[in-house]
Structure formats: structure tokens, C-alpha cells
Ligand binder design. Structure first.
Ligand code: BGC
Length: 764
């Protein structure tokens, strides 16, 4: 954005100024953020290049295939949880007999750093005793903080982070997540998910940054930079993994790991750009789509893996398979009769490393395939070189235990928790607030009800301490559920807690309704219990009936009901939305979420989150905001068919923001388009506004969407303060994928939309 040519400084710098009543001068928008955090990593050092060349000359086929093999922790350990321990015979088999180069995962819940150190040391010690002493790279799913390191700082899930519309916060949070992961001795992270969230049933929606490619790209590179920095060998950084390349997030059935149908132009317009942006930001690895697109399993798609990812996007890092996916080409996809054929085809399609992860079949079969010359040595060398480069970039040759000694005090540090709390607060979206019922008085007599009211697992969702995030007893005792945070604020004497319903079954809604009659208001906490991947599949987006009935019964008591939704995807609430006085949405705000929700309910924090997805009104009306115009046609040929419950980008505040003086101009009818708009805090409270710049193209030969997000910036504004903002939209910004599969920009009329204002500009 311009304030043109001015140093890039994000909105935080100006927060202070705004709070002091001065108008901020320097802010940087989403495009400036993308630019500031893109660009490749520095070239590999000459020493590392020489080392890798030498190793490749020395390595046997078996040693090379070992580098391409990734096994899970159970293959080298016995026991689970705190009782887990290395089994020396198993470890020897993996590292010495099979030269395995990569390991992953946890078994089965978050381990304290000291336990991780014991495991990582044993692995690297064993590797140091092998012929070529190549260190092993350990990978983990640090999805919303180092969720498999006991005591770690846990942030909102990615969808909640996207709701902050604050990439600087994403950058800071990801840096914390990286440092706490590396402090356990783990240098490789299987995150971020860059699949765009355009299928709300999908149980991994909460792992995405939402439905819009620009928002996903910006948050995605914030994650990559936060994880890797500009030097991933640092003891505070880890390698990022862009997953799940590509098209995984759009299963027709809504179920995880099921087929998607995505036309090539759509894939290039919507699904590829976040991956392209993160490749430009230097991401070290990519994980492949476990599902299939247009009938071709992700792990066999040579066009997408080799021609597009390597050739067009220029990705130079490691392409890792997802869990057991080469085997699944046989037993799930039925693409091959034998695992040997599947192994050959996936390696030839471009897979560098196989997350086997619980067998030695991949290693045995690939050695045979090379011996038989069905897989050429050049393909093996190419894959192994990439893997060794990643190890070098992580500093593993210099110090395979990097992070362990430096990071001891890092995990869960108070300053990191502070960032997580700020993120949780900024992630909350105020969707409705009739007659200013919120914020609540701290002296109010409240009923707190609903299955999400007293649950840390619901606040956090999956990938929390365990894969499914469902073991409440293991969560830190000092973190507040919503109920506890409200009691701390309002005093337990003023708060009656009654669950009223479980997530899927009724309990006692009458008890809640009768308590409501003698209260001032009800805080009703509904939503989803925790889930991850396939166990989270659903066939109906509607909020379960037990919860809807509870809401109806409670509303019938006649007192204001504040609905707090805690969920990982937009469960349909149209049956009750009208009866709710206020609605606050928490897209899994994480361990600090209870506190953050109470902060917003009582007005200690002014909400500033906005929806990163369209919130549907009915289970089958799943249009995204950037649908085509004729999709709005209703049964009487009017244009009212797109009526989501809440629109993408929507979110209220306790103050109001007014937009004025929108101008959009193109000198001599040529790009760029210069946009200018004023934003004023017209209320009595300080607040932060996400300014969203949408553009539509009046006519294009590939049907244009009604609008696309092209820029955003979050600005803090003191009461009465105005900020004038400028955005420069280039030709590139307004291109779309044309019939030939390449970006094109047409002349014609473009409509720029900011807030409630719109302005046409003509390009000749
Ligand atoms: C998931 C990946 C994850 C991997 C390793 C798979 O089931 O699809 O996202 O990184 O497991 O845990």
C-alpha cells in the first residue's frame, strides 16, 4: 500500500499512536506484506554444496533409498505417552539396517521437552554411528502452536488466525510455534495448510485460512516466514511444509480424503496461488494431497507434481507423501494391483520421500526397482539431493541436536502466551449485537449454558495434545474455559452454569430455561466437539438438533440470549439466529480462548475479527463470496439467491466505522488503479477495522466472479480519528486465468468496493 514509498510498518506500530489519539501515518497493506516476506532463501553455502555432492558420490542405492524413507515413531519405540521409550533393536533396524533418513509423529500425546530430547538424541546418536553419519530429520504437526510438546503455547487454529486478518500476528505466532518445536529438538513442521477452505463440510476446514486465495496467500507466507525466518538453521526455526498439494480441500462429498472435481482454470485461479506465493517465500517442503483431483490420485499426478510444482512454480524443496499414501494407491484408490507398481509410479510422478510410515516395504521395493532399472538413478539422486539440502538448510549437519540446549526455557514462555491471547482476542468475530446487548455488565446475573461452555477441547479442536484433541484431563489446569473466565469476571455468585445439552444429545434444557427466567441474560455456548480428519466427517452442516432445541427453549424464557459459537466450520444456525440477541463466533481460539471470549463479552476487548469464510444459511447453499453473478438468480428470476447467514469479511465492533471519499483512478486509462478512501471511527470506543478492498470486472470471457478480495489492512483507530488510505492495484492484481490457462487482464470497467462505497474505473 502506499503511503507510497514509505517504510513498511504494519498496523501495530500505529496502534500506540492511535491509542494516544494521534492518527497513524505508516501502515502496510496485504500486498506490501506479501512483498516484504517473499523472496528465496539465501543460496546454500559452498561447504554444504560440496558436502552433498560428496555424499551423493559415496552413497549406495540402499543408503539413498533410506533417505527417501520416512517412518513413524512407533517403528523405533515401545510404549506410549510418558512411558514411551526407544527400543534399541527397532532403532538399529531403522537407522543402521535401513539407513532411514526421516521420522515423524507422536505417540499418542504431547511429550515434555525432556522426553523429546531423549528420543531425538538416541536417534541422532544412532545416525552418527552409521557409515556416512547423515543426521535424521524429525517432522511433526505443529498446527496451532507446538501442540505435541507438553506445556507449549497454543494459538487459535489457522481459521481463527485468518479471522484476525492480521498477518503480523500470524508471523509472530508462527515464530513462537517454530521456537517451541525446535526447543524439543524437532526441526521440521508439517504446516501450513494452504488448501483453500471452500467446502465447509470438510472436517479440516479449521486447518485452513479460509476461502479466499489472497487472504490464504498472505496468512500462508506469514506462517512460512514465521516458521523458517530467513535462516532455518537457527535454533528458533523449523522447515515449513506446504500442504496438501493440491485440491485436497474440495471433496465433492465433504468427507476427508475423497475425490474432488476441479477444472484446470479453477485450480489455477483459486487453489494454486497460495502454494505459488509460499514457494516464492522459500518454503522447504511440500506434502501431497491424499485424495484425488479429476480422477487422478494426488500421489500419481505427474503433471501437478513435476510439471506445475517444479516446472512452473519453481519449487526446489522436498516433496513428501502424506501418511501411507503410496500403499493407499493400492488398497484405497485401486490405481495399482501391487505396491511395487504404486511405488514406481509415485516416485516417477515426483515424490521425493515416502511417509510409509509403518513398514519397510517402500525401501525394499524401491531398491528392487532401481536394481531392475525401472526407476532411473537420476530420479533417485534428484530426490536425495533435495532431502540433503533441506537437512543442510536446517543446520543438521553442523548440529543434529540444534534447538535442544538453546530452547530449554522457551516452551510456554509468558511473552508467547501473551501473543496467543492477543491472537485469540483478535480472532473473535462479533456477528450480531441487537440493541447493543453486548458488552455485558460485570454485575449482571448470568446463566452460562451449552456444551462448549466448560470445555477446553472444544476451544482448541483437534491437533491439541492428541491428534483428535479429545483428552480434557491432559489440558493445562490453569487455562480458563468460557465458564471459568466468566465466573472470574462476574463472580461465581452471579453465574449459574448448567450445560443443558451435550454436543449431540439433549440433557436438561428446562433447567436452563427456568434459571434464565431469574437472570439478566444467558450466555449460550454451542458448537462442535473436537475432531481431526476423517473422524470429523459429517453429512449435515446444520448444528445438531439437541443444541438447536436448547437454544429455542432458552430463548423462550424471554431473556436476552448471547450465543457464543465455538466451532471449526460454520454449522448452520438459521433456525435460531433470529432469536439470539447477540452472536460471537470463536473459530477454535485455542487455550487462551476462554479468557478472550470473556474479554469480549464484558467489553474489556473490542472485537475486531472478520469472517474468513462465507457463513451459510442453509446446508445446501454453499456458495462462496466470489461466486458468479448468475448464481444469485432465484426462482422468480430475481437476484436474491445468495443470502448467506453472514458474508465473508463481515464482523461487527463495539464502535462504528464510516467510509468516505472513495476514489479509484487510472491515469490515461492505464494500470495501475490508484484507490483512496477515508475511514473514521465514528463511535466512542477505540477499535480496529479491517479495511477490505474488493474489485469486480464488469465483463470477461471467462465468467467473472461478482467480486474478489484484492487488498486488506487492519488499522486501529481512536474514537473520532480518521485515516486516509491509499492502495495501488496493478495489472497483475486484476488478472484472471484465461482460456489458455495463463493470467490475462482485459481492458474495460472495474468496480472498486470498499466498505459500503463503490467506484467504477475504466481501463482502455
Ligand atoms: C495428515 C497430514 C499430517 C500427517 C502426519 C496425515 O494424516 O493428512 O496433514 O501432516 O498425517 O501426521
Amino acid at each position: 500500500m502506499s503511503v507510497r514509498g514509505v517504510t513498511v510498518l504494519f498496523a501495530f506500530a500505529s496502534l500506540v499512536a492511535a491509542q494516544e489519539g494521534r492518527t497513524p501515518l505508516n501502515v502496510s497493506d496485504s500486498a506490501a506484506f506479501l512483498q516484504a516476506h517473499s523472496g528465496p532463501l539465501p543460496a546454500l553455502s559452498a561447504d554444504d554444496t560440496r558436502r552433498i555432492d560428496t555424499l551423493l558420490r559415496q552413497m549406495t542405492v540402499k543408503e539413498k533409498v533410506g533417505q527417501m524413507t520416512q517412518l513413524e515413531i512407533g517403528m523405533i519405540t515401545d510404549g506410549q505417552g510418558d512411558a514411551i521409550h526407544i527400543d534399541p533393536a527397532k532403532l538399529r533396524k531403522a537407522i543402521v539396517d535401513y539407513d532411514v533418513g526421516a521420522l515423524l509423529n507422536v505417540k499418542d500425546f504431547a511429550l515434555p521437552p525432556a522426553k523429546w530430547h531423549e528420543i531425538i538424541r538416541a536417534i541422532q546418536d544412532m545416525a552418527a554411528g552409521t557409515r556416512l553419519k547423515i543426521p535424521v530429520v524429525y517432522g511433526i504437526d505443529t498446527i496451532h502452536g507446538a501442540n505435541y510438546v507438553a506445556g507449549a503455547t497454543l494459538f487459535p487454529q489457522p481459521l481463527g488466525m485468518a479471522a484476525t486478518w492480521n498477518p503480523e500476528l500470524m508471523l509472530q505466532g508462527s515464530a513462537v510455534a517454530a521456537a517451541e518445536t525446535r526447543a524439543a529438538g524437532i526441526p521440521w513442521n508439517f504446516s501450513p495448510v494452504l488448501d483453500i477452505g471452500r467446502m465447509p463440510l470438510w472436517p479440516r476446514l479449521y486447518e485452513t485460512f479460509g476461502e479466499d486465495p489472497h487472504l490464504v496467500s498472505v496468512m500462508g507466507i506469514a506462517a512460512v516466514r514465521g516458521y523458517q525466518g530467513t535462516d532455518p538453521s537457527s535454533a528458533q526455526r523449523v522447515a515449513a511444509t506446504l500442504k496438501h498439494y493440491v485440491g485436497y480441500s474440495f471433496p465433492t462429498s465433504g468427507h476427508d480424503r475423497t475425490p474432488a472435481l476441479i477444472p484446470d482454470l479453477t485450480l489455477r485461479e483459486y487453489f494454486l496461488p497460495p502454494f505459488a506465493a509460499a514457494v516464492r517465500a522459500g518454503a522447504l517442503s511440500v506434502m501431497v494431497n491424499s485424495g484425488e483431483v479429476n480422477g487422478i490420485p494426488g500421489h500419481l499426478n505427474k503433471t501437478l507434481l513435476t510439471d506445475v510444482l517444479r516446472g512452473e512454480l519453481g519449487f526446489e524443496g522436498v516433496i513428501d507423501s502424506d501418511w501411507e499414501d503410496i500403499k493407499k494407491l493400492v488398497n484405497i484408490h485401486h490405481a495399482f494391483a501391487t505396491e511395487k507398481d504404486a511405488t514406481r509410479a509415485s516416485v516417477m510422478a515426483g515424490i521425493d520421500m515416502s511417509m510409509v510410515p509403518s513398514a519397510y516395504t517402500f525401501s525394499d521395493l524401491l531398491v528392487q526397482l532401481v536394481d531392475e532399472k525401472s526407476v532411473p538413478m537420476t530420479r533417485i539422486d534428484d530426490a536425495v539431493r533435495r532431502i540433503l539440502v533441506m537437512k543442510a538448510r536446517l543446520g543438521l549437519f553442523a548440529d543434529p541436536l540444534r534447538g535442544i540446549k538453546e530452547g530449554a526455557a522457551t516452551v510456554g514462555a509468558p511473552a508467547s502466551r501473551e501473543i496467543a491471547l492477543r491472537a485469540a482476542r483478535e480472532s473473535l468475530v462479533l456477528l450480531k449485537n441487537t440493541n447493543g446487548i453486548l458488552p455485558l455488565q460485570k454485575s449482571a446475573k448470568l446463566v452460562v449454558a451449552g456444551p462448549a461452555a466448560d470445555s477446553l477441547p472444544a476451544l482448541d479442536n483437534g491437533w491439541t495434545i492428541t491428534w483428535q484433541g479429545d483428552q480434557a484431563a491432559r489440558y493445562p489446569r490453569d487455562r480458563a474455559t468460557i465458564r471459568r473466565a466468566i465466573e472470574e469476571r462476574a463472580g461465581s455468585a452471579n453465574v449459574t452454569y448448567l450445560p443443558g445439552a451435550d454436543f449431540d444429545k439433549p440433557l436438561d434444557s428446562n433447567a436452563v430455561a427456568s434459571a434464565a427466567r431469574s437472570a439478566d441474560a444467558v450466555v449460550l455456548c454451542l458448537g462442535e466437539k473436537s475432531y481431526a480428519e476423517t473422524p470429523g466427517n459429517i453429512d449435515d452442516l446444520t448444528l445438531p438438533q439437541a443444541q438447536l432445541s436448547l437454544a429455542r427453549d432458552v430463548a423462550a424464557a424471554g431473556k436476552p440470549v448471547v450465543l457464543v459459537l465455538v466451532e471449526g466450520r460454520p454449522r448452520v444456525i438459521s433456525a435460531i439466529a433470529e432469536q439470539m440477541s447477540a452472536i460471537v463466533l470463536g473459530l477454535n481460539p485455542g487455550l487462551e480462548g476462554g479468557t478472550a471470549i470473556a474479554d469480549v463479552l464484558f467489553g474489556d476487548v473490542n472485537p475486531s475479527g472478520k469472517l474468513p469464510i462465507t457463513y451459510p444459511r442453509s446446508p445446501n447453499a454453499l456458495l462462496t463470496y466470489d461466486h458468479e453473478a448468475f448464481e444469485e438468480q432465484d426462482t422468480t428470476f430475481g437476484l436474491t439467491a445468495f443470502k448467506p447467514q453472514f458474508e465473508f469479511g463481515f464482523g461487527l465492533s463495539y464502535t462504528t466505522f464510516e467510509y468516505s471519499a472513495l476514489t479509484a483512478s487510472a491515469a490515461n486509462g492505464q494500470f495501475p488503479i490508484e484507490v483512496s478512501v477515508g475511514v473514521r471511527n465514528a463511535g466512542a470506543r477505540a477499535g480496529a477495522e479491517v479495511v477490505e478492498v474488493f474489485v469486480s470486472q464488469k465483463a470477461a470471457p471467462i465468467t467473472p466472479p461478482v467480486k474478489r478480495l484484492r487488498r486488506f489492512v487492519k488499522i486501529p483507530l481512536a474514537p473520532g480519528a480518521t485515516q486516509q488510505l491509499h492502495f495501488t492495484l496493478t495489472k497483475n492484481d486484476l488478472s484472471y486465468i484465461g482460456a489458455a490457462g495463463k493470467p490475462v487482464t482485459d481492458p474495460g470497467v472495474f468496480t472498486v468496493m470498499v466498505g459500503n462505497l463503490r467506484q467504477d474505473v475504466t481501463i482502455r
